[in-house]
Design a protein around this ligand. Structure first.
Ligand code: GAR
Length: 208
């Protein structure tokens, strides 16, 4: 099975997946990592492991404000061309900060995963950890889900909870959530690779 990972930033979730593949825990191949940011730390991590990393510049496509939707599809088609060249079976979003076009989502239906640092449907979008602190919840967590055309919305694969402490800052809470993210993302990818996920509407069943 061939995996592609889409990134925009530091890539700690990517690193967790690379480590799980290298140790043989996930029996798949990371074919390519594609970044929307030229200097993303994730690119450096990828190359250190001898994996191909490509930067595709969204600015090339988004300068034209009037045709934003068409440009988004054009950008995604460039990514898809790279995926098709490598027969990619699973697309993993790991801190990828662009919305995918409905075209992309439809083409890879139930084959794109995302991780979010909250218990969805609570606190979607940016700064999920700050949203949780500001709301005063006692527990938050992390969610791995399949991607549909709405943000942070598709069928949920795995969630895990994280307590919020009185003295938590955005940083301490984010770090505690991140540890959980790394674990559940690896588990979700492993389940997919082993053919153990079945999507029924919004529900994802885990086969024994
Ligand atoms: C992670 O916390 C991930 O959950 C979040 O971005 C961070 C990326 O970190 N994603 C989202 O908020 C998506 N809505 P990483 O680059 O170290 O994996």
């Amino acid at each position: 099975m061939n995996i592609a990972v889409l990134v925009s930033g530091r890539g700690t979730n990517l690193q967790a997946i690379i480590d799980a593949v290298e140790s043989g825990y996930i029996k798949a191949n990371i074919s390519v990592v594609i970044s929307s940011q030229k200097d993303a730390l994730a690119i450096q991590r990828t190359r250190e492991h001898g994996i191909e990393a490509i930067f595709i510049d969204p600015q090339d496509f988004w300068k034209d404000k009037e045709h934003k939707e068409e440009k988004r599809v054009e950008y995604d088609k460039k990514i898809i061309a790279e995926l098709e060249k490598r027969n990619v079976d699973l697309v993993i979003l790991a801190g990828y900060m662009l919305m995918l076009s409905p075209y992309f989502v439809e083409k890879y239906k139930n084959k794109i995963m995302n991780i979010h640092p909250a218990l969805l449907p609570s606190f979607p979008g940016v700064n999920a950890q700050k949203q949780a602190l500001d709301h005063g919840v006692k527990y938050t967590g992390a969610t791995v889900h399949f991607v549909d055309s709405k943000m942070d919305h598709g069928p949920i694969i795995i969630q895990d909870i994280v307590p919020v402490y009185d003295d938590d800052t955005e940083e301490t809470l984010s770090n505690r959530i991140l540890e959980k993210e790394h674990k559940i993302y690896v588990e979700a990818v492993k389940l997919f690779v082993e053919g153990k996920l079945r999507v029924e509407g919004r529900r994802v069943k885990i086969l024994k």
